[in-house]
Design a protein around this ligand. Structure first.
Ligand code: TXA
Ligand code: MG
Length: 322
């Protein structure tokens, strides 16, 4: 199969109508999209990504009104979040309607729904007559793509079209929130900080960041977002003191306070200390490291607040080796 990259939204819509997969831009990361209501297409997503079927998919919809087509028993607090944060990097786990195939949710009773904030994707969702199931467009377990080129590097020959919407403006996946007794439960930190949610709801978000490597538990796997070479994650001064830096590369927030030999590669995610810029640059830096001659990466722990929590979550998972 030949993979074409372009900006033709009509062409992308036609392929999707035919049951094909298309890589799509979102504000968070690129997705590998297909008709969420068609089981055969959804199965193709799993096989193309080499994703185990116990790991459920996010369904992308056009707006808040559409939620009722796919979910039931929607708590009031969920509506509050939709009104404040959609379109945007927030995924909600809601009780699913039957129209959503069990394959999409890996047999769970909940479906993950999100309204993405990207102009081209919004147009695409208006052209097709169905919601789009889309995991991040990387082979399972590897670093998520934030440019069309990242997608091509990995999925060349496996899909026919990559819709190029430029570099992702957030660069880290959506925050995943479920509900229990009208409380918000956080399953994955992401582009929307929990503190922003708490400001709106007035109640604490319950953190449930359980990692697992057991196949029957869906969701957050312990090892993920991982380059092919080792990543060590922690306090940078400590990491530097513990390793022989020959063949090392460093990944830092600002890099300003770090003393290191001048001749090793260093990825500074935001020299001016802007956490949003750092999140945007994270996955590209991990890819650049993977393609470099360095043999391992020392990755600095970010401040544990706001987007720093999501960045640390990804780096921690990237650092776990199976
Ligand atoms: O920003 C994003 O969320 C991107 C873009 C493309 O929208 N998508 C994304 O999809 O990150 P993916 O498949 O890479 O990650 C989705 C996560 C997985 O960890 C999956 O287990 C979890 O969402 N998930 C999906 N449905 C779920 C459910 N019903 N219950 C619990 N976790 C769920
Ligand atoms: Mg993913």
């Amino acid at each position: 199969m030949q993979t074409i990259t372009g900006k033709d939204i009509r062409f992308a819509a036609d392929l999707l109508e035919e049951g094909e997969l298309v890589a799509i831009p979102t504000e968070t990361v690129y997705g590998l999209a297909g008709n969420a209501l068609d089981e055969n297409t959804v199965l193709k997503i799993f096989t193309t990504k080499q994703r185990p079927v116990f790991d459920p998919l996010i369904v992308h919809i056009r707006n808040e009104q559409e939620v009722q087509n796919y979910a039931v028993d929607i708590p009031d607090i969920a509506y509050k979040l939709m009104q404040n944060f959609w379109p945007g990097p927030l995924t909600l786990l809601l009780n699913k309607k039957q129209v959503i195939p069990d394959l999409v949710t890996s047999g769970l009773n909940t479906v993950a729904l999100r309204v993405p904030d990207h102009g081209m994707l919004k147009e695409l969702l208006n052209l097709v007559k169905f919601p789009l199931a889309a995991p991040s467009a990387n082979p399972f377990g590897y670093i998520s793509p934030t440019t069309a080129q990242h997608v091509a590097d990995q999925l060349q020959g496996k899909i026919s079209y990559i819709l190029d919407g430029g570099p992702c403006k957030i660069g880290i996946e959506s925050t995943i929130i479920g509900f229990e007794n009208n409380n918000c439960v956080l399953y994955r930190p992401g582009g929307l900080p929990a503190s922003a949610i708490e400001k709106i709801t007035g109640t604490k978000v319950i953190m449930r960041l359980t990692s697992t490597s057991t196949p029957h538990a869906p969701g957050l796997l312990e090892s993920h977002y991982a380059p092919r070479k080792p990543v060590y994650f922690g306090d940078m001064k400590e990491l530097i003191s513990m390793h022989n830096l020959k063949n090392a590369a460093l990944l830092c927030f600002t890099g300003n306070a770090v003393e290191y030999p001048g001749d090793i590669p260093i990825y500074k995610l935001s020299q001016k200390g802007d956490i949003e810029e750092a999140a945007r640059n994270l996955f590209s830096a991990l890819r650049n490291f993977d393609q470099s001659a360095a043999q391992f990466l020392l990755a600095e722990k970010f401040p544990e607040e706001g987007l720093g929590l999501a960045i640390n979550d990804r780096l921690k998972r990237a650092s776990v080796k199976n």
